[in-house]
Unconditional design. Structure first.
Length: 500
């Protein structure tokens, strides 16, 4: 399926009349996808279709002078039983026997839910607040803002009379009745909440003791029975400011109890789309291995990292540097970094421990790139002719509490590489990113996934195949890409596979 992924701006034809727009085009021996690209430039509308039905690489001749678009399309696809449906600023090419999907499309989009969106900023500076928590208090519905502070959350209408919250470490939480929230984008201002350490009665100022107590409280603080998490997952690779591959998916996670080692977490894909830059000329093409499961591996409570492991902690220095607010509670901020005598790549970063429960509620950390590091597990299918050197590996993970128990809320990894081809002097810089955001948690209707519907660890998301889904996200929650990624997507021609 080919889609010119650029938002149309300034066209004067409505969605209902675009098929009547006069088109002039004269191309010979040109691939179908390139013909459609030229039409997109004239109309501001973009094409999407099932690649199994439309042969995008077939070459055709087409001539038209001021003919309606629908006539031009019928000439491009003369012996096909296709119809053309308008969905927002896209022209969807579908077979007649798929019409029922599109005839019901508007029904699918009838809002049986409340959609809330906005931007969260620092009131004092006006800067956006990335990865702030948003959601309904005392419920399993929630999400986070993106790197630019934007959020969007779709809620069932039963939450109309509920209270919405926005919170972030170091800020005062704000509470707003859902009924009084503006459904359109709006700025929400958080106020910094500074706390003097002297104002808090600190039970101990030894950060090592604090962390060990938090480790000892894991079974008490975190859910100890299986649950089903509904999440949004995103992964991608970039070269400078250009997107090479980009995948997003709504997933279900069968989350096993914390500290249980008998069973592992499982993932099922509900729906997915993948975008591949159709104009990649570079022969370097990175793919992510275990991306979906790597997101779960960053859950440091389930998979302890050396800096919160009783044995590994001996290789680190720790320092209590601050106390911050989170919701209506306070949290210790502990800085850690590897000892000078340790000559291997370990981590440095911060751990946030909620004071009352002694639960680890967040951490941000990165690898010490002073020491050599082999190719991380995220990258697969690299050529033997390439040498990959990571130059920055950063992670963040946080948790949220529901009825006194903590659940995984958000994980993200950003990895920068320098890649050099053999016998070449210059290297090129690439970026890999993965992100998982939990929107809903179910601890009641829980059962393991069937083997045939479970996403396998050896699979690569960008290679996976699923059925076409025209309505795509529908009422599902997702997180908008940060501006740099969004801008990169707007600049390129892409193949967009809408999958279910």
């Amino acid at each position: 399926m080919v889609l010119i992924f650029v938002l149309g701006i300034g066209f004067s034809y409505s969605q209902n009349s675009i098929l009547e727009k006069p088109i002039s085009i004269n191309l010979k021996n040109t691939k179908t996808k390139d013909v459609l690209k030229q039409i997109s430039k004239q109309t501001g509308f973009f094409f999407t279709y099932n690649p199994n039905a439309v042969k995008a690489n077939n070459k055709i001749n087409i001539y038209s002078k001021n003919q309606p678009l629908k006539i031009v399309l019928s000439e491009i696809f003369p012996r096909h039983n296709f119809s053309f449906k308008i969905i927002q600023d896209h022209i969807v090419i579908c077979k007649e026997n798929e019409n029922s999907n599109y005839q019901n499309l508007n029904k699918k989009f009838v809002k049986k839910y409340i959609e809330i969106s906005g931007k969260v900023i620092n009131k004092r500076t006006g800067f956006p607040i990335p990865f702030a928590s948003v959601g309904i208090i005392n419920s399993a519905k929630g999400g986070v803002t993106n790197k630019n502070g934007f959020f969007s959350l779709k809620l069932d209408s039963i939450f109309q009379d509920s209270i919405f919250f926005i919170s972030n470490l170091g800020y005062k939480t704000i509470y707003i009745p859902v009924s009084k929230m503006n459904p359109n984008d709006k700025e929400y201002q958080l106020i910094e909440n500074f706390i003097s350490i002297q104002e808090i009665v600190i039970r101990t100022n030894d950060p090592v003791i604090l962390i060990k107590k938090a480790i000892g409280n894991i079974q008490e603080n975190y859910i100890q029975k299986p649950s089903i998490l509904t999440a949004f997952y995103r992964e991608g690779t970039k070269k400078k400011d250009k997107i090479l591959t980009f995948s997003e998916a709504i997933i279900k996670i069968y989350k096993t109890p914390y500290r249980s080692t008998l069973k592992s977490d499982k993932i099922k894909i509900e729906k997915q789309r993948k975008i591949i830059n159709a104009e990649i000329s570079d022969t370097v093409f990175l793919k992510l291995k275990n991306g979906l499961y790597s997101g779960l591996d960053i859950d440091i409570i389930k998979h302890p990292v050396s800096f919160i492991d009783f044995i590994g902690m001996k290789d680190y220095n720790y320092r209590l540097i601050d106390i911050v607010t989170f919701g209506n509670k306070n949290a210790y901020v502990i800085e850690f970094f590897q000892k000078k005598n340790i000559k291997k790549a370990l981590f440095k970063g911060k751990i946030y421990i909620e004071i009352e429960s002694m639960a680890i509620i967040a951490t941000e950390f990165e690898l010490n790139m002073k020491y050599s590091l082999n190719k991380p597990d995220f990258v697969a299918k690299k050529s033997r002719k390439l040498k990959i050197n990571p130059i920055s590996v950063k992670y963040l993970v946080n948790y949220r509490t529901i009825k006194g128990k903590y659940f995984l809320n958000h994980v993200r990894a950003d990895i920068d590489f320098k890649i050099k081809k053999k016998r070449k002097l210059l290297s090129k810089k690439f970026n890999v990113f993965i992100e998982t955001i939990i929107f809903e948690i179910d601890t009641i209707n829980v059962k393991p996934f069937e083997k045939n519907e479970t996403f396998k660890k050896h699979q690569i998301l960008i290679d996976s195949k699923y059925k076409y889904d025209a309505s795509f996200w529908g009422a599902d929650n997702f997180i908008k890409p940060e501006k740099s990624v969004e801008d990169a997507l707007k600049k390129i021609s892409v193949k967009l596979y809408l999958l279910k």
